[in-house]
Design a protein around this ligand. Structure first.
Ligand SMILES: NC(=O)c1ccc[n+]([C@@H]2O[C@H](COP(=O)([O-])OP(=O)(O)OC[C@H]3O[C@@H](n4cnc5c(N)ncnc54)[C@H](OP(=O)(O)O)[C@@H]3O)[C@@H](O)[C@H]2O)c1
Length: 329
């Protein structure tokens, strides 16, 4: 069989998640980490050496201008997602941008328009959508194996102690909602769709970033109770409860290796160990879409990202979370 040409990746923003992503990228056989870009050349050179990237740039602009790169993974703080994504697309690059897609819906729609205008693939890095246990769970729900879903309970909470850096920095879109709350919101959305009504309340750090946010998504025939927090920890199990049983995505649910189906007091466990940390699946989806010349994924589409950020906007309207730099709706 003819070997596929490798897809050439670039990474922008060489922090915590970029390291984890680079490890998983190496597990996908038709990928090559071609170049990395940091605001600091030395950091870029060290990262390139560690993950065997061919080129190291000391600025994001130089990386965007590299004509050998097919797709750029954006792993910077939230306030820069829209601007960097649009600039990469305008440089003729496909883009995988970390979650949340942007600070708000208004920024996100500009990103989607840039993808269409430049005819380049663009996806929010919603890796949980591609997790094997989550995909199996969605199939089972669609096949009505737990009947009609009536209730979802999901959170993302851990006690960070004294928070530092971007997670508390309101200027870069910090706070538990955008960092972690988007995951429980994703789960409710992907199962029940956009809610009829959102109720939310938050506590804040002095910086203005939210410490903890609780949310109820109200649907005509169902409810989701969701939570994100930097000040308490949880068991990180997500429960989807239907009229004929329930499914638990086991801890840590958003990157889970297993799930359980409980029906008639009988529990069946299903193990689905991920390849690497689990970023491999969204990477494979990017490759397939690029090879098929698609501008968006059918599994996690532009509309899905727009719907999700719209729910986040509504949560923020309810809690009063504001970011100083954002271009509000
Ligand atoms: N999918 C997941 O599981 C997951 C997990 C954690 C985070 N994330 C997401 O990934 C993104 C990055 O998170 P992270 O935890 O990797 O953050 P991080 O460790 O703080 O790294 C972010 C990187 O962005 C660059 N950067 C550009 N402007 C910056 C600024 N004003 N302040 C700080 N850094 C800046 C820096 O890279 P250079 O110095 O190299 O330019 C920095 O190292 C966020 O969108 C976050 O929500 C996703």
């Amino acid at each position: 069989m003819k070997e596929l040409r490798k897809i050439h990746w670039g990474i922008i923003g060489l922090g915590n998640i970029a390291h984890q992503f680079a490890k998983d990228l190496a597990l996908v056989s038709d990928s090559k980490l071609l170049a990395v870009g940091s605001r600091t050349l030395e950091k870029s050179q060290n990262f390139a050496k560690q993950y065997e990237a061919s080129k190291a740039y000391g600025s994001y602009d130089e990386l965007m201008a590299d004509t050998d790169i097919d797709i750029i993974y954006i792993a910077t703080p939230h306030d820069s997602h829209a601007d960097l994504t649009i600039r990469c697309l305008e440089h003729g690059k496909h883009v995988l941008c970390e979650k949340p897609i942007a600070l708000n819906y208004k920024e996100a729609i500009r990103m989607v328009e840039a993808s269409r205008a430049n005819n380049k693939f663009f996806m929010e890095a919603c890796w949980t959508r591609f997790n094997p246990s989550v995909r199996q769970t969605l199939l089972k729900i669609n096949n009505r194996e737990i009947g009609e879903v009536k209730y979802i309970n999901a959170d993302f909470a851990f006690n960070v102690g004294t928070p530092q850096g971007r997670i508390i920095d309101i200027k870069t879109g910090g706070g538990s909602l955008l960092d972690m709350g988007v995951y429980p919101l994703f789960l409710a959305y992907v199962i029940l769709g956009s809610p009829d009504k959102v109720l939310a309340s938050a506590n804040f750090y002095e910086s203005g970033a939210d410490k903890q946010t609780s949310m109820i998504l109200q649907y005509q025939n169902a409810q989701a109770v969701l939570h994100s927090s930097f000040v308490s920890s949880s068991n990180m199990v997500a429960t989807i409860s239907g009229t004929e049983g329930r499914i638990c995505l086991n801890s840590i649910w958003h990157e889970t290796q297993s799930y359980s189906v409980i029906k008639n007091n009988h529990k069946v466990d299903y193990q689905f160990p991920t390849k690497g940390k689990g970023f491999t699946y969204e990477i494979e989806e990017c490759h397939q879409c690029i090879r098929d010349q698609k501008t968006e994924s059918e599994i996690w589409s532009h509309q899905n990202s727009l719907d999700l950020i719209k729910i986040v906007d509504e949560v923020r309207n309810q809690t009063g979370l504001k970011f100083p730099k954002e271009n509000r709706i």
